[in-house]
Design a binder for this molecule. Structure first.
Ligand code: HEC
Length: 259
């Protein structure tokens, strides 16, 4: 019995492989390499091995090889020359229905029937959870607002919201102060829906942040802007009414005013 050499095995596998990829095997080369005479004596073992290889490579002529259109590829299948179809008008992707105008756009309908920027925060989140008004939930939201403000707004608007951030000190147009009323060139008496809208859509020289700041975080930032405004105007009575003791603020008389 003539044994099948390693080289012959490899060659046979290559032939089968090219066949399974849909190419015509180069039969002429079999003869060139003197393969045919020895093929007769291929043992059962080698045949089984070869069949195994060909079975496992069937995957290659499967669905991956079907005709398909790549993204944005033109096609003459449809009259408009596009391979993909535009959305049917009114289609809403799952989880993207935005009927709550106040929560998603900061807008409410006024008595005149027209929409205007809301003076109030929303009352609930889309999942029905109440929007925080007090207690630890409110504190957590304001902390979140602060951290997002420090990431996205502080560099221009400054830590207190006066509009003196580092980018402005380096030449960017100065934003209006959050702390001054409109009459003095600030935006303090603007409704919260306005802050939400400015983050969402941008305003004049300021670009929009809707792609970077999520809706819930935009409200948290708007809340933090209100907190900044309150903090600048707070009286001792406000501090007492909030139940904050001076010890909590670090303003201890023993330190003589030093930190
Ligand atoms: C790159 C600098 C920059 C950053 C960052 C920035 N702003 Fe502004 N913002 C401005 C400038 C400049 C204006 C004034 C735009 C104008 O009047 O043309 C402005 C205006 C505003 C106004 C007032 C709009 C009005 O009614 O006059 C609000 C509110 C505001 N920004 C909020 C934010 C918040 C919230 C963030 C963070 C999410 C933020 N901005 C991030 C530069 C910035």
């Amino acid at each position: 019995m003539i044994e099948v050499g390693k080289k012959d095995m490899k060659h046979g596998v290559r032939q089968l492989d090219s066949f399974s990829r849909g190419r015509k095997p180069r039969l002429d080369s079999i003869e060139d390499r003197g393969f045919r005479p020895r093929l007769k004596s291929v043992s059962m073992f080698a045949l089984v091995a070869l069949l195994g290889v060909s079975a496992s490579s069937c995957r290659k002529i499967d669905m991956v090889d079907q005709p398909k259109a790549a993204t944005q590829e033109p096609s003459d299948f449809f009259a408009d020359g596009r391979s993909s179809r535009p959305h049917i008008e009114g289609t809403v992707a799952r989880g993207q229905l935005r009927t709550d105008r106040l929560y998603y756009f900061g807008l409410v309908k006024g008595p005149d029937g027209k929409e205007h920027e809301s003076a109030e925060f929303p009352t609930k989140y889309p999942d029905g959870k109440p929007f925080p008004r007090q207690g630890p939930e409110l504190e957590a939201m304001l902390q979140r607002g602060k951290s997002q403000f420090m990431v996205f707004c502080y560099e221009c608007h400054g830590a207190t919201g006066e509009g003196d951030g580092m980018i402005v000190r380096r030449g960017f147009p100065k934003p209006p102060s959050y702390l001054l009323p409109v009459a003095k060139g600030g935006v303090k008496d603007k409704p919260v829906g306005h802050y939400f809208g400015v983050i969402t859509n941008g305003f004049g020289a300021m670009f929009s942040y809707h792609e970077r700041v999520e809706v819930a975080d935009r409200w948290a930032i708007a809340g933090y802007i209100r907190a900044l405004q309150l903090s600048q105007d707070a009286t001792m009575d406000d501090v007492k009414a909030a139940g904050v003791s001076l010890a909590d603020t670090g303003t201890k008389s023993e330190t003589g005013g030093k930190p």
